[in-house]
Design a protein around this ligand. Sequence first.
Ligand SMILES: Cc1ncc(COP(=O)(O)O)c(C=O)c1O
Length: 364
Amino acid sequence: MAGRLAEGKEVTDAIRRHDPLVKGFASDNYAGVHPEILQAIALANEGHQTSYGDDVYTGALQEVFRGHFGPTAEAWPMFNGTGANVVALRAMTAPWEAVVCAESAHIHTDEGGAPERSAGLKLLTVPTPDGKLTPALIDRQAWGFGDEHRAQPKVVSITQTTELGTLYTPAEIKAVCDHAHQLGMLVHLDGARATNAAAALDVPLRAFTTDVGVDVLSFGGTKAGLMFGEAVVVLNPDAVRGLRYLRKTSMQLASKMRFVSVQFEALLAGDLWLRNARNANAMAQRLAAAVREIPGVEVPRPVQANAVFAILPPDVTERLQKRFRFYTWNEATGEVRWMTAFDTTEADVDAFASAVAEEINSCA
Ligand SMILES: Cc1ncc(COP(=O)(O)O)c(C=O)c1O
């Protein structure tokens, strides 16, 4: 029934166009919004607040981020992760400078060329076995300083957790930062899944960022349970220039910023971020343990946060994808990627693992 939308009182079943019981393993951003975040949005609603970040929620947010990242941290709310990465990297580089990153980095593989197209950035990529850069791997691209024929390496960008589901230890990130700084370079960390990393390492967020020398962070909210929203967090104020202006010219300045900021406050002021990340990580472990028991399924990469990679026979993948959403990672090898989210339940995992076993058996 259409209900009484005209009166603005009821949202009816008629406009719910999806089955809320259906969940998949395609991405942690297929999940909805955590109920506590939705409540926070409602709380910030009604009445007027100054736009473009001069609101009380964005003001209060600075203290929340400083509580996690230390007294010099400055948070700049943005709409999305691609935007946060582009703004951060623009603020860290001059037009003749370049960014060293893993070949598998989201900035290289999954942002439609936005760093190149909208920021004019040269990315210097390095193949890595596990998505992680090391000082030796950085050196493959960090050379030619002072040579006007070479884009000048200025930033090392790493991802935590990586696009391959792996995790840097704080000591590994420290080694990257120390090396980059010795070369006169800066370090950007794409932390779209920083909360998953902290939960998996069982350390505070600053242990693998502020405390080990990361200069600028793109901090992920969307995958952690927000409706949308990421933040560029500047840890070293000397590492950036003009961020205020670059956020606007990169189209990441939200006029109703209070709704991004209040979501982050709800996520980070208490332990919601940790509860959500711990659940997602635990469900990935449960899924990996279950599918490892199934003959014919290979789990080729370590499961360290909320991603499980598996190799399946292609006909099994095809049949399974008719029942559950997930992506094929590598057509050539038959590798698929399964992501768990803050709202993945044990029952979701068990049903999916049973489906994997059924499809393997029926194709045998
Ligand atoms: C490593 C990484 N960085 C950044 C992002 C943010 O991307 P988006 O622009 O879709 O918010 C994602 C999302 O998939 C990601 O996995």
